[in-house]
Ligand binder design. Structure first.
Ligand code: ARG
Length: 459
């Protein structure tokens, strides 16, 4: 049965019914719909719309329903109801009869759906925050464990300057910290209750919306009913946060895929998260990471989709807004799955110390050091840069690393270069000099790891 049949003479077409239904996806809001309905029943009671006894009966029946769905939420899908709100109401009426029909007094599905959705988002955000923290912990532990591993840092995917594996890990910790801060920010704006907004202009019943909001853990009630039922900013904001964080995860994936390639050979991925080829027996493919990289696109798609759905939508509620859910549900699940997968990848990674170091030694990544050395001897940076570049060219032609050039060769390019050049261009020296805040110096990195461990309660 529909919630709105009175005004109609004819039944809706079978095809339209199917087209209009949202139960197949909004059933996952069942728990939230029941929670908000219990809170609403208490508000109705406090305002004298139903008696204390009636409220108790409604609450117990809804509670019973909650236990039933916790046992098997998928049972809901057997129903023919239009959406989750109709389903909860129908079940309530089946349980307690006519009294169940009082619950919708002063309420609309328009304020109901956005309340349910906000409650659902709030719960999911808490899980996501936990996993964003877990992933940070994995990075910190990997960083600590690989403190002494030197590898090349890249720009343009060209070996640029030496860094450490720890330092690379800490870069991702910074990104994840921003993801956490963004999500917490979303939570602040989201956690305001729309319930009691009615269809669009508020409810004609004398209810205390602030008290109702607080009873559901919201920080306050919304200020304008017209906005409350139209607002899906929080969906856009969550999907933006998801998109940015997924972009971070896809860059992580791409880095790891490269580190794991035969060409780089910096790490070995665990059998736990790789797969083989059906044809080529030697293959061990980084599927987990390739999937994270691709799923990023899927989440970005959901963000674009909600933006386009909401663009130019007149106030207030329009059925278009039913299309907010599938993309959101999918994106949140995808994001969370990817976080869990990234944790699994990192916790089982093996870093190949020797080949990392070899690559850092081979890539002329200490060329900046020669320029800086000359600057200290009074040469301008531009000039020093040029001399260092010529030395790189010379080293390439002699098939040597810069460290292996003869002193006489160095001096052909600048007589200012002395024997102390060699100590100045070791990988260790390159790292140690970068001690200023945010630099790669091992002492600095160690301090950052210590701070992060404190912040994340890692002992
Ligand atoms: N299933 C609807 C949605 O997800 C619920 C709200 C329906 N409101 C209405 N006026 N038809 O948006």
């Amino acid at each position: 049965m529909t919630l709105w049949g009175g005004r109609f003479i004819n039944e809706s077409h079978k095809l339209f019914k199917e087209f209009n239904k949202s139960l197949s996806f909004d059933y996952i809001l069942a728990e939230e719909d029941i929670t908000a309905s219990i809170a609403w029943s208490k508000t109705l009671m406090k305002s004298g719309i139903i008696s204390k006894k009636e409220q108790t009966i409604i609450e117990s029946a809804l509670f019973e329903l909650l236990i039933e769905i916790k046992n098997n939420i998928k049972n809901i899908l057997k129903s023919n109801c239009e959406d989750i709100h109709s389903w909860v109401e129908e079940k309530l009426i089946n349980k307690i009869g006519k009294l169940g029909k009082k619950l919708h007094t002063g309420r609309s599905r328009n304020d109901q759906i956005t309340t349910d959705l906000k409650l659902w988002c709030r719960n999911r955000i808490n899980v996501l925050l936990e996993n964003l923290i877990e992933l940070q912990k994995s990075f910190i532990i990997t960083a600590e464990f690989n403190h002494s591993v030197i590898m090349p840092g890249y720009t343009h995917l060209q070996r640029a300057q030496p860094i450490t594996f720890s330092y690379w890990c800490l870069a991702y910790v910074e990104m994840l910290r921003r993801d956490v801060s963004r999500l917490k920010d979303v939570l602040k704006r989201l956690n305001i209750s729309p319930l009691g907004s009615g269809a669009l202009s508020g409810t004609a019943w004398n209810i205390n919306r602030e008290e109702l909001a607080l009873s559901m853990g919201f920080s306050s009630a919304t200020n304008n009913a017209l906005d409350s039922v139209s607002d899906r900013d929080y969906v856009v904001e969550i999907l933006s946060s998801a998109s940015i964080s997924m972009m971070h995860l896809s860059r992580f994936s791409e880095d790891i895929i490269f580190f794991n390639s035969g060409e780089a050979n910096f790490i070995e991925l665990s059998d736990l998260i790789t797969s083989g080829s059906s044809l080529m027996p030697q293959k061990k493919n980084p599927d987990a990471l390739e999937l994270i990289r691709a799923k990023c696109g899927r989440v970005h798609g959901s963000l674009i989709s909600i933006l386009v759905i909401l663009k130019s939508l007149p106030l207030s509620y329009n059925k278009d807004m039913q299309e907010d859910k599938e993309g959101l549900f999918d994106a949140i699940k995808t994001w969370n799955d990817c976080l869990c997968m990234a944790i699994l990848v990192l916790n089982n990674i093996k870093i190949k110390n020797k080949s990392c170091r070899k690559a850092a030694e081979e890539g002329y990544s200490n060329a900046t050091e020669i320029a800086d050395y000359l600057v200290k001897k009074g040469v301008t940076f531009r000039e020093a840069h040029n001399i260092s570049g010529q030395l790189v060219l010379k080293a390439i032609s002699e098939k040597k690393s810069l460290n292996n050039l003869e002193l006489s060769t160095f001096q052909m390019y600048s007589p200012l270069i002395q024997n102390d050049i060699y100590n100045n261009i070791t990988l260790e020296s390159c790292l140690e000099k970068r001690l200023s805040k945010g630099g790669v110096a091992p002492d600095q990195v160690y301090e950052e790891i210590t701070k992060a461990k404190k912040r994340l309660n890692i002992f």
